[in-house]
Ligand binder design. Structure first.
Ligand code: NAD
Ligand code: TDX
Length: 339
């Protein structure tokens, strides 16, 4: 595999994946990205321009997609609207990009006979009870809760339908919550770190007991590389690193690492339909593809992530105030509905 088309490669996980592949393989990469509010050109800065090219375009645009797809040996599809809170206020953009955009790519890989790897989330399985001994596996029934996760579930189903009906050569992966450098400041961990760096108090939804299964973004990248190189066509692989933590514990760790009192936080109203707990069983990926996560120490991973946001204010500062304004607006809209 020499040439890879990476959709959404100027976003958080896509950009980390591009950096990972440039360092750990000899591929050439074209990034296709619409450059929404979630993208940042600087996330790709410093990379060899002979090996990484950025095309600004929409995955819903059949002409662009059909021009680019046949020039590549594989497509890795990260592009999506990804923030649950936004999906509660503007679901239509999620339907358009996550569902119709995926259809456009599926039609193109089908027409041109190009291999696809589809990136998805553990949220398609819904949530688990706090005391449920089971974790999500490839056999868990889909039960998405939010408009975001419903659109990701739809996109997964479409990929499976194109595999079955048209023989498209594709793999899928569903990963748990990522953290690390280049993550947009709307997401939980970078929002809290950058609030503290700005002298603002972190914001915790509900009672802080919701559990997420954290994985460092570098481990997500290495897993996708392994699936691209050795995955069985037609298969879905779950990616996770046994990183379950409740939100309050993660926030307390961030506060401690940043030298703040553990009470330096605001308890804010809960997210509508807030999923309680996610947990991934990644045994097939570990056993069949011999993948192992490397960043399993959350304390160390958070220390490095905090350090990255401290040193890269230029990267995140321009989007911080718009993000917090959006949160205030969404809170005021939710309050109106509640009245
Ligand atoms: P992100 O929001 O940081 O980046 C998404 C990227 O997609 C942005 O660069 C954006 O400009 C681009 N994009 C959006 N709409 C587009 C369109 N119509 N055409 C072309 N480009 C478009 O997202 P992320 O956190 O990096 O997530 C990437 C993928 O990984 C998504 O598919 C997401 O569902 C999945 N995922 C994310 C997580 C997580 O914890 N963040 C976990 C599991 C799976
Ligand atoms: O300010 C906050 N306070 C808070 O308590 C924010 C932004 C979040 N939270 C909570 C909500 C969640 O329980 O933190 C947890 C993580 O929230 P997000 O970062 O918004 O992630 P989540 O909703 O779990 O979804 C993420 O993981 C799966 C990604 O955004 C998705 O794209 C991915 O599919």
């Amino acid at each position: 595999m020499k040439r890879i088309l990476v959709t959404g490669g100027a976003g958080f996980i896509g950009a980390n994946f591009v950096r990972h592949m440039i360092m750990h393989s000899d591929v050439e990469i074209t990034v296709l990205d619409k450059m929404t509010y979630a993208a940042n050109r600087a996330s790709l800065s410093g990379l060899d321009e002979q090996r990484v090219k950025l095309v600004i375009g929409n995955i819903c645009d059949g002409a662009v997609v059909n021009e680019l797809v046949p020039q590549h040996d594989a497509v890795v599809h990260f592009a999506a609207e990804t923030h649950n809170d936004n999906s509660l206020h503007d679901p239509r953009s999620f339907v358009t990009t996550n569902i119709l955009g995926t259809v456009e790519l599926l039609e193109a890989v089908r027409r041109h006979g190009v291999r696809l790897h589809h990136i998805s989330t553990d949220e398609v399985y819904g949530d688990l009870e706090f005391d449920d001994p089971q974790r999500f596996t490839e056999l868990t029934a889909y039960n998405p809760s939010s408009p975001y996760s419903a659109t990701k579930a739809s996109s997964d189903m479409l990929v499976r339908a194109w595999i079955r009906s048209f023989g498209v050569v594709a793999t899928l992966s569903n990963c748990s919550n990522n953290y690390g450098p280049y993550q947009h400041v709307e997401k939980f961990i970078p929002r809290q770190i950058t609030n503290i760096l700005d002298g603002q108090r972190p914001k915790l939804y509900g009672n802080g007991r919701n559990v997420r299964d954290w994985i460092h973004v570098s481990d997500h990248s290495s897993a996708v590389q392994r699936i691209l190189e050795s995955g069985e066509f037609g298969r879905t692989y779950l990616i996770g690193a046994d990183g379950e933590q409740d939100n309050l514990s993660v926030l307390r760790l961030i506060l401690e690492l940043m030298g703040k009192d553990e009470r330096f936080l605001d308890w804010v109203p809960d997210r509508q339909g807030h999923d309680r707990r996610y947990a991934i069983d990644a045994t097939p990926l570990r056993h069949e593809l011999s993948w192992e996560p490397r960043y399993t120490d959350l304390r160390l991973g958070l220390e490095q992530t905090i350090d990255w946001y401290r040193k890269n204010r230029d990267w995140w500062q321009p989007s911080k105030s718009d993000t917090e304004k959006r949160y205030s607006y969404q809170a005021s809209q939710a309050a109106k509905v509640a009245i």
